[in-house]
Design a protein around this ligand. Structure first.
Ligand SMILES: Cc1ncc(C[n+]2csc(CCOP(=O)(O)OP(=O)(O)O)c2C)c(N)n1
Length: 280
């Protein structure tokens, strides 16, 4: 068993809190990329609350593991994770994307504690992560770099330049995740820009490829543990997810890539999240 019952329970409780917080933050912000914010949640939760070697009291600690949210529009789903981890007060999320708030729709490393890279322009995060991983390797430091990409984001050529460089430079300390929710901004990935056979593509770029249910902590944990054993080959974990996961009226609906919530919609969304976790 890769996770004890206690660990699994803790991660599940945390994911419940984070999904609630994503709904509330979207409501307070007046809108946000909630669909992809909810599909990436469990990947962020297992990294921040189980695997990553970090110290929220010392965000600039040099030996920390790094994380790059390459799908930077997922900021509305990322800031609640950093708040829950203790980098800043969750109260600040009430001002998310308001004028004068530290949080823009795409998070800024110079304004948000705990962030390792400012992202938002798709395709840039993996190349940044490659640079970070290379830095650790050249300096013979043990810390790791994790990078979460969107599947629609894979249409960006710079992702594949980064992928090629990572295997060329034998970056076994780099672990990528694809949030494979099968939707991009304007529809199904296979209709807009087909990705399949996605595993073969990454394998041909020299990566070890693992595939999991991206909402299953046991499968995620097993994959990440496997990836940690790699010495000189980067690993990508293709995480099969559901866009809008947890809010029944958003799940799998491309129109919920970005949206706003009125009070009633927010209440319904919270109830749906509560039901998913057996809290309602
Ligand atoms: C270079 C660039 N082009 C366009 C956009 C606008 N944009 C924001 S999200 C998005 C779709 C991303 O789809 P995906 O990576 O699948 O994200 P997810 O479904 O996980 O939210 C686009 C095109 C952008 N942020 N950056």
């Amino acid at each position: 068993m890769v996770l004890t019952d206690k660990e699994l329970k803790y991660l599940t409780e945390t994911a419940w809190k984070i999904r609630r917080s994503i709904v509330q933050t979207t409501y307070w912000a007046g809108g946000g990329h909630i669909g992809g914010g909810l599909s990436q949640t469990d990947i962020l939760v297992i990294l921040y609350f189980h695997f990553m070697n970090i110290d929220p009291k010392n965000p600039g600690w040099e030996e920390r593991d790094r994380l790059v949210l390459s799908k930077g529009h997922g900021g509305v789903g990322y800031a609640p994770v950093l708040a829950e981890k203790g980098y800043f007060s969750g109260e600040l999320l009430k001002e998310f994307n308001h004028t004068g708030s530290p949080f823009g729709m795409h998070l800024d490393r110079l304004k948000v504690k705990g962030l390792d890279a400012s992202t938002g322009s798709l395709g840039h995060g993996l190349p940044i992560a490659v640079g970070l991983a290379m830095g650790a390797k050249l300096q013979k430091r043990p810390w790791r770099t994790y990078c979460i990409m969107g599947d629609g984001e894979l249409a960006e050529g710079s992702i594949w330049e980064g992928a090629m460089a990572a295997s060329h430079f034998k970056l076994g300390n780099l672990i990528g995740f694809i949030d494979r929710n099968r939707h991009c901004i304007d529809g199904c990935t296979e209709e807009v820009m087909a990705l399949e056979p996605i595993s073969d593509k990454w394998a041909s770029f020299g990566w070890t490829v693992l595939e999991v249910d991206g909402h299953d902590f046991l499968q995620l944990a097993e994959a990440i543990e496997k990836a940690h054993l790699s010495l000189d080959k980067p690993t990508v974990v293709i995480c099969h997810t559901v866009k809008g996961k947890g809010v029944d009226y958003m799940e799998g609906k491309p129109e919920w890539h970005y949206g706003g919530l009125d009070t009633k919609m927010a209440e319904e969304a919270l109830l749906s999240v509560d039901r998913l976790y057996g809290k309602a």
